[in-house]
Write a protein that binds this ligand. Structure first.
Ligand SMILES: [Zn+2]
Ligand SMILES: [Zn+2]
Ligand SMILES: [Zn+2]
Length: 132
């Protein structure tokens, strides 16, 4: 077995040292169709979880990267997939479902998303409740 298998995607981290930067109120986040604050791009936008401003990704005009470089706000959530949270300092995805500080962020949005997942994969509801 070669050690450098390297093909599996990196696993989302279940903890990050920068969670202290999170806004104290993650319940009022801009809507998913909010454009980048600088260039108005709508394709690939991320919301800053420290100040809740919206910027485009590095495949568009890198405005989030600039925001991070200027402010050190390193935690971003994809506007399209809220459960996708990226830490620029860790350079890693964070698993919002298992990080308590991020669960309050997910809950107002993804109620329907999780309901859908529960419907599709038939997660026993008792299993979910035991983790609340
Ligand atoms: Zn932009
Ligand atoms: Zn910010
Ligand atoms: Zn981090």
């Amino acid at each position: 077995m070669a050690k450098e298998a390297g093909f599996s995607p990196p696993k989302a981290k279940t903890w990050c040292d920068h969670l202290a930067l999170l806004s104290s109120d993650l319940t009022r986040i801009p809507k998913s169709d909010t454009p980048c604050k600088r260039c108005q791009d709508l394709k690939e936008t991320w919301v800053c979880l420290s100040c809740k401003d919206v910027f485009c990704s590095r495949i568009v005009n890198r405005h989030f990267v600039e925001h991070y470089e200027q402010t050190n706000h390193c935690l971003a959530a994809s506007c399209r997939y809220h459960q996708r949270i990226w830490c620029f300092r860790c350079e890693a995805l964070l698993d919002a479902r298992v990080i308590p500080q991020l669960r309050s962020f997910l809950s107002p949005f993804n109620v329907s998303f999780f309901a859908f997942v529960i419907f599709i994969v038939h997660i026993p509801i008792t299993h979910i409740l035991s983790h609340v």
